[in-house]
Design a protein around this ligand. Structure first.
Ligand SMILES: [Zn+2]
Length: 280
């Protein structure tokens, strides 16, 4: 019995030593590298000289509670719409990332001039040089800065119900050239109108999509579930949400610019606006 216990405890001790000794060994090497590596010290000094703009991919996202809006609006449409308001911020990011790229080239150049691994400010006596270099390289890898050097925007659109579960999603990434191209097209305006039809249509689709189901129901409620033109109630007609100032004339999807109409009044209004636009 006693012998049995002795064997067990010997085994435990052996396992303990097998696990702990390499650890102690590693820590000794690690301490030495941290204290005496020349390249690590040089890298830290170099890092103090370089400050990169901290930017990963820009994300723009939107959630639709209306299946048709989600299907109707592409990621590019949504980006075009946002570029009307966000282009100044986006251009600043582009400039910052361009500067990152230039600085990063210089930084990489200076990295190649660092003292080689394995050069230490004191002798490494009983320590293993190979192990030291391996640890040193890992530390250098951790410290080397890796800034963003390419601009991109990711647009993500979601389709979700009011309770929040997501049914569908789509996303697209745009690079600097693509975004610049869209900015240029968005800025091509004749007064308040966009000269580029594709741009104009994209903006109209997104504007229309801003009337969410949630908004629609609260508008019906506000207007007493009846057409504001002819007064017919929802039991007798299909109600729709109408833009008082039409989107085609620069109207926005805000509560003040929206009203409940029956389908017939809405179509009649649409025809008179089409006539108006054709004759002006
Ligand atoms: Zn009506």
């Amino acid at each position: 019995m006693l012998i049995f216990l002795l064997i067990i405890s010997c085994c435990l001790l052996a396992t303990f030593i097998c696990i702990q000794v390499p650890k102690w060994n590693y820590n000794k090497h690690k301490q030495f590298v941290l204290l005496h590596s020349i390249s690590l010290k040089e890298l830290k000094l170099l890092n103090n000289e370089y400050h990169f703009y901290d930017a990963s991919t820009q994300y723009i996202q939107c959630t639709y509670d209306n299946e048709h809006s989600f299907a109707d609006i592409s990621c590019q449409d949504y980006l075009i719409y946002q570029l009307q308001y966000e282009q100044r911020k986006i251009k600043q990011q582009m400039i910052a990332i361009d500067k990152n790229r230039i600085d990063y080239e210089k930084y990489k150049n200076e990295l190649s001039n660092l003292t080689q691994c394995g050069t230490y400010s004191t002798s490494y006596d009983k320590l293993n040089l190979e192990k030291l270099i391996k640890i040193e390289k890992a530390f250098l890898q951790q410290e080397i800065k890796q800034p963003t050097t390419n601009f991109s925007i990711a647009v993500c659109l979601y389709y979700s119900t009011i309770n929040g579960s997501i049914y569908d999603r789509k996303s697209q990434v745009f690079n600097k050239n693509e975004v610049n191209n869209l900015i240029e097209r968005v800025n091509h305006k004749n007064g308040t109108f966009f000269t580029d039809n594709e741009i104009w249509n994209a903006i109209c689709r997104v504007e229309r999509g801003k009337v969410s189901n949630k908004m629609r129901f609260s508008l019906y409620q506000r207007d007493g579930y009846r057409c504001l033109k002819c007064g017919i109630s929802q039991e007798y007609a299909n109600l729709e949400i109408d833009h008082i100032v039409p989107i085609a004339k620069g109207g926005k999807s805000t509560y003040n610019n929206l009203q409940t109409l029956c389908h017939r009044c809405n179509v009649a209004k649409g025809d008179s606006i089409a006539n108006y636009l054709n004759h002006h």
